[in-house]
Design a protein around this ligand. Structure first.
Ligand SMILES: O=C(CO)COP(=O)(O)O
Length: 244
């Protein structure tokens, strides 16, 4: 895909005042950049950002979604229908922090993907290996097993994000050769399971910063980025979006 997509994942950060400042700065991005930019605030601030982004090309994104699709007695959960109601377009599904701290596996993630499909949301399925898995030569096996959740996903709308766990929040960005290899493998896998890989963006995530963004975006097969820490600083995030 030619047009890059850059999503800022704020993780569990933000306050109403700071959010407003950050969004005001992003609205000042040139229109050509704003088209492929999304922001994923904590669920608590989706309403605030939905209102702030209304009428702009910036995409509202969610960091997670309930596996339960219908309304009901699921205390603490936020459904896909609620996200759609707030104007959300993309939803992160299976971020490594969800897998690590909340035990999310393919059974849970299959439900989340289906909930997204039912509400017309585009899931961003996050995959990636730990350092131990890479050192054991198991990176591709792990990623293929994470991708296998897509075999039961009937939706067309899809983004995949390759985020090596060892590169998240560590400042250790994967080498361009490693990124290219995994992105090509993900695209090959998508094709093999009958998905037109040309229509599916594969993003890279893990210590993307202003000073490495251009190099990462020029790697063949990289269709954008999922940015964590660097998306909390307006100027840094803007530089990354401009590099895309
Ligand atoms: O997890 C990430 C985005 O989802 C990446 O985080 P960092 O950019 O802070 O490494």
């Amino acid at each position: 895909m030619s047009e890059k997509l850059v999503i800022g994942n704020w993780k569990m950060n933000g306050r109403t005042g700071r959010n407003a400042d950050l969004i005001a700065a992003l609205k000042a991005l040139p229109a050509v950049c704003r088209d492929g930019v999304g922001v994923a605030p904590p669920a608590a601030y989706l309403g605030q950002l939905g209102a702030a982004l209304a009428g702009t090309p910036l995409a509202l994104c969610a960091q997670d979604v309930s596996r339960f699709a219908g309304d009901g007695a699921y205390t603490g959960e936020v459904s896909a229908a609620m996200l759609a109601d707030l104007g959300v377009r993309y939803v992160l599904v299976g971020h490594s922090e969800r897998r690590q701290y909340f035990g999310e596996d393919n059974t849970v993630l299959a439900d989340k993907l289906e909930a997204c499909r039912q509400s017309g949301l585009t899931p961003v399925l996050c995959v990636g290996e730990t350092l131990a898995e890479r050192e054991a030569g198991a990176a591709l096996t792990v990623i293929r097993s994470q991708l296998s959740v897509l075999e039961a996903y009937a939706g067309r709308a899809l983004v995949v994000a390759y985020e090596p766990v060892w590169a998240i929040g560590t400042g250790k960005v994967a080498e361009t050769g490693q990124i290219e290899e995994i992105h090509q493998e993900i695209k090959k896998w998508l094709l093999q399971c009958g998905r037109g890989a040309d229509n599916i963006r594969v993003l890279y995530g893990g210590s993307v910063k202003a000073d490495n963004a251009e190099a990462i975006f020029s790697v063949p097969g990289v269709d954008g980025a999922l940015v964590g820490g660097a998306s909390l600083d307006a100027e840094t995030f803007k530089s990354i979006c401009n590099a895309a």
